[in-house]
Ligand binder design. Structure first.
Ligand SMILES: *Cc1c(COP(=O)(O)O)cnc(C)c1O
Length: 248
C-alpha cells in the first residue's frame, strides 16, 4: 500500500498536470488535505511530507486533533469544511483559520463577533449550491450576491470567495457545467468589486475538472489518506438509527 507521503506526491503531480493542461500556474492551486475521520498519527505523516493545510468537517473532532498535534515545527492552517451550527461558532472562531461553509448571515456575524482580538480576521467562503434539490447545503446561486453584500464588511471575518460541493454524477458534462457555474458566479462577484481570491471546489474524484474550471483550492481526502470508515463522531448529524433486523 502506498504511504501518505507517496499519495501526496501523486496528488501534487495530478494538480500540476491539470493546471498545466488548463494553461494555469500550478502554484495558483492550493492543496487542502481533508483529514476527517483520520487520527493525528496519520496527519503527522502528511505534515512530515510537507503538508500544512488541513480540512476538517467537525469542529470538536478537529480541535481534539489540534490539541493532540500540539505545536508542530511549522504553523498549520485549519479549514472547517463541514456545516457549522450556531452553537459551534465560538469554538470555530477561536481555533480555525478558515470556514468554507457560510450559508447564512447569522453564522458569519457570530463568527465575526466571536473571533478573538489577538488573531487575524477569520477567512470565510460562501458555500454555493449548484446541485439544486440534490443538496441541502449552501445558498442558491441567485442569493449569493445578497449574502456577500451582507457579510463583506463584518470586521473580524474576511470574505475570500466561494466554495461548492457539486453532487457526484457520472455525467461528466453536467459535472463540468456545475463547476463552471460556480466559477461564473465567482467571476461576476469579483467584477462587482469584491476582493475574491479563493474558489474552493474539487475533491479526489473531480479535482482535474475543478482545476480546469478555475478552482484555486482543492479539498482532497481519499486520494491522500485512503478510504474512510463510515463517518463517526459527527457533530451536527444525529447518528443513523440502527437497522432493525426482522426475523426471517
Ligand atoms: C470529505 C470531503 C472532501 C474530501 O473528499 P474526498 O472524496 O475524500 O477527496 C472534500 N470536501 C468536503 C466538503 C468533504 O466533506
Amino acid at each position: 500500500m502506498a504511504t501518505i507521503g507517496e499519495n501526496l506526491q501523486v496528488v501534487r503531480a495530478r494538480i500540476e498536470a491539470a493546471a498545466r493542461a488548463a494553461s494555469r500556474d500550478p502554484h495558483a492551486v492550493t492543496l487542502l488535505a481533508v483529514s476527517k475521520t483520520h487520527g493525528a498519527a496519520r496527519m503527522r505523516e502528511a505534515i512530515a511530507a510537507g503538508q500544512n493545510a488541513f480540512g476538517e468537517n467537525y469542529v470538536q473532532d478537529a480541535i481534539a486533533k489540534m490539541d493532540a498535534l500540539g505545536t508542530p515545527m511549522r504553523r498549520l492552517e485549519w479549514h472547517l469544511i463541514g456545516p457549522l451550527q450556531s452553537n459551534k461558532t465560538k469554538l470555530a472562531a477561536e481555533r480555525f483559520d478558515w470556514v468554507h461553509t457560510i450559508d447564512r448571515e447569522k453564522i458569519a456575524r457570530r463568527l465575526s463577533d466571536q473571533r478573538p482580538a489577538g488573531l487575524a480576521p477569520l477567512n470565510v467562503l460562501i458555500q454555493v449550491n449548484v446541485s439544486g434539490e440534490a443538496s441541502k447545503s449552501g445558498v442558491a446561486p441567485s442569493a449569493v450576491q445578497a449574502l456577500a453584500s451582507a457579510i463583506k464588511d463584518l470586521p473580524r471575518v474576511k470574505l475570500r470567495g466561494l466554495m461548492a460541493i457539486p453532487e457526484p454524477t457520472a455525467d461528466l458534462g453536467l459535472q463540468r457545467a456545475r463547476l463552471r457555474a460556480v466559477h461564473e458566479i465567482f467571476t461576476q462577484l469579483k467584477q462587482s468589486g469584491l476582493e475574491f481570491d479563493t474558489l474552493s471546489m474539487g475533491m479526489s474524484d473531480d479535482m482535474e475538472a475543478a482545476i480546469t474550471e478555475g478552482a484555486t483550492l482543492v479539498r482532497i481526502g481519499t486520494a491522500i489518506f485512503g478510504t474512510r470508515k463510515p463517518e463517526q463522531g459527527e457533530d451536527n448529524i444525529p447518528p443513523r438509527p440502527p437497522k432493525v433486523r426482522t426475523a426471517a
